[in-house]
Design a binder for this molecule. Sequence first.
Ligand SMILES: Cc1cc2nc3c(=O)[nH]c(=O)nc-3n(C[C@H](O)[C@H](O)[C@H](O)COP(=O)(O)OP(=O)(O)OC[C@H]3O[C@@H](n4cnc5c(N)ncnc54)[C@H](O)[C@@H]3O)c2cc1C
Length: 291
Amino acid sequence: MVATMNISRREFAKLCGLTLVGKSLSTDLNWAFPQNTELRHASGKRVIILGAGLAGLAAGWDLYSAGHDVTILGAQLRPGGRVHTIRAGLSDDLYAEAGAGRIPSHHVITLEWVRHFGLELEPFRPQGLAEIALLKGKRVKIPADKPVDMSLVPLNLTPEERSIGLKDLGEHYYGKAAKQVGDRIPEDWSPTIARFDGMSMQEFLRQEGASEDAIHYISLGFENDSAADYIMDLVNLSSPLSKIKGGSDQLPKAFAAKLREVSITVARSSTSSEAKTMCASGAVTLGCWTT
Ligand SMILES: Cc1cc2nc3c(=O)[nH]c(=O)nc-3n(C[C@H](O)[C@H](O)[C@H](O)COP(=O)(O)OP(=O)(O)OC[C@H]3O[C@@H](n4cnc5c(N)ncnc54)[C@H](O)[C@@H]3O)c2cc1C
């Protein structure tokens, strides 16, 4: 049990998340990039942030800019959390993304940070190439410029689904809902969206009349996710996608370097006990919670 508790764990998580998740914020970014750090005021708190993922790093910068003394404790040896580029063991400057790679065009805050740090973007994948789907153990080509040959598709689809074709199947079932849900969580959580959130993707597709194989194909194994969340993701992934040229890890690395510049501590703690001690001793006054 920790003595100081100024905000709840949920509030703290929300605070961190708000700085990262572009989809839940307005596109007015002025607040996120304070140009004049002299605006920092004297009534700052001592803040501890657990986790040096992008949320922790961005929250660290924002809280520093707002005048607080920030310490970020990470459980890993590198900043970035689930933004993880593997380079070790690969030759010729090759790398592999083990975490986030795609940046949809509406992730305005991420994109703005990418621009802010002078990182280059490129299309997420080469244009105009076919995709390969593994359907019931069979490789099926999905050409970029023409419909899929449905005679090669080993799914148990209804005659109507076969005539619609693999490429348009998703649009057929969730196209209308996608227009209602949109590409981000709206501030006014309407009853329509609440309804979609109250059912799984599987329940939604079943309600729309999809066959079991169509449900499996469209849901990509995420049948039990909230229909609202999954449909929102599908909308996002249909927008132009970029990636950071040279590897996603350049973004957290740039953040960590920026934080070091202004003497924000980004330290490693293998457990949260160090943080608890700091909270209990009163060394930090914001972001402490009971566990
Ligand atoms: C395989 C994969 C692919 C993805 N692809 C995409 C994509 O293409 N596009 C996209 O936008 N998103 C993608 N994501 C999601 C994206 O990576 C995450 O939403 C985002 O990185 C989350 O950032 P975060 O800072 O909130 O959390 P995290 O990155 O998880 O950071 C949390 C950090 O806190 C640390 N931590 C936890 N507990 C403690 C503790 N007690 N003390 C100290 N530190 C602690 C963790 O070690 C971690 O470093 C993907 C995720 C994965 C796993």
